[in-house]
Design a protein around this ligand. Structure first.
Ligand SMILES: [Zn+2]
Length: 261
């Protein structure tokens, strides 16, 4: 190769390289914004479960093969639910995973999007939600925590542990642009009955203890906004609730970890 050609070649490489760099910069400046999308049928089922009782309800999002943030179905597992907590049955979670693998799905499609409802107006994750998200999904390469409040507000956060790691609140969209199936309230009701065991909040701490509330504890069992309720408690009551929480291994089950690598 003569010198002129070599220079040209170097120049060409340089300009290719520059183009590449520019493209990379553009990509960096305008990344495709992740959005959590729902097929309307999946959304309707989620609403049905949210509105069916007075407790939180939780489950997993099943996503498309080629779009892991597109929820095609919402599936629950056996759980004990109160107005401010959900505890999945470990065995039921394992069975759910098995059935999904048998159906030919990858864990990325059924075990990365954790959905739950709040019986109040706030969709902001509670401290318990954050602790659960960290404990259960903390080792996954990525995962989404999604909360849907009774009042209609929603919250979705994508957290990723690859690269530098990070966490970003992402928009939520119900996608009516694609064909979707009809509702199946009968099947949803059957699933609700089979999986959701509603537990009274205070009853679960032992009804023998007088918390200074009205005699009819049940009216307080699933407060619309438990945190508000908590705020109004006397310090002694509050401490009692915290102590009881700490002593409920079924509410703070350390064994349920989804990604173990
Ligand atoms: Zn929550």
């Amino acid at each position: 190769m003569n010198q002129k050609k070599m220079q040209q070649s170097t120049r060409k490489n340089k300009s290719d390289n520059q183009q590449h760099q520019e493209q990379k910069r553009r990509e960096f400046v305008q990344p495709a914004e992740p959005v959590l999308r729902f097929l309307p049928t999946a959304w309707a089922k989620l609403l049905y479960f949210r509105d069916r009782g007075q407790t939180e309800i939780g489950g997993f999002g099943i996503t498309k093969t080629d779009d892991l943030l597109y929820v095609e179905d919402f599936v629950t597992v056996k759980q004990e639910a109160t107005g401010a907590s959900i505890s999945f049955d470990d065995e039921a979670v394992a069975d759910f995973f098995d059935s999904q693998v048998d159906a030919g799905r990858k864990p990325e499609q059924f075990a990365r999007i954790w959905l739950h409802s709040h019986p109040g107006n706030s969709a902001q994750p509670s401290g318990t939600d954050e602790a659960t998200f960290q404990r259960v999904f903390g080792n996954c390469q990525w995962a989404v925590m999604f909360v849907l409040a009774l009042g209609g507000k929603s919250y979705a956060r994508l957290r990723f542990n690859v690269g530098p790691g990070g966490s970003v609140v992402i928009p939520v969209v119900v996608d009516y642009s694609q064909p979707f199936g009809s509702s199946d309230q009968q099947a949803w009701e059957t699933e609700y009955q089979a999986n959701i065991k509603a537990e009274s909040w205070f009853k679960s701490f032992g009804s023998q203890v007088n918390l200074g509330l009205e005699e009819d504890v049940s009216s307080y069992s699933v407060p619309n906004d438990w945190l508000e309720e908590f705020e109004t408690m006397e310090p002694a009551e509050r401490q009692y609730v915290l102590d009881e929480l700490a002593g409920r291994p079924d509410l703070w089950d350390e064994s349920e970890v989804i990604c173990e690598y």
